[in-house]
Design a protein. Sequence first.
Length: 135
Amino acid sequence: MTWKRAILAFIMIFILTAATNFLIHAILLQGVYRQSAGLMRSDADGQAHAPFLLVGFFFFAVAFVWLFPRSSAGSAWMMQGLGYGIAVWFIATVSRYFIYYAIQPWPFSTVLLQLAYELVAALLMGEALAFVASR
């Protein structure tokens, strides 16, 4: 992947990461999270810490794009994207939410919803990255 494509891919993954996280956690799971409000920051405190989300999205996007060329070879871009999305989902999401579940008293049903929604997001990002990288 050329530097131009890598920068384009980074911007795309950063935006997709921010958008899918907002959709999943601020919209789709908002009601579920309100049931466990004691585990979450208050709305005001969450807003005060929002810049840290952008920092996290930045580093995720850098790593997501940086690792892709090292992991994908040989198959069609669509299969590369699916495989990569699943691999990153296991590393970045499944491991994280099971650790959270062990540390914090989240309902297991919430963890399953988080995992399911984040799998869709990871597959979307993997496909988008593979498409950009294949052009």
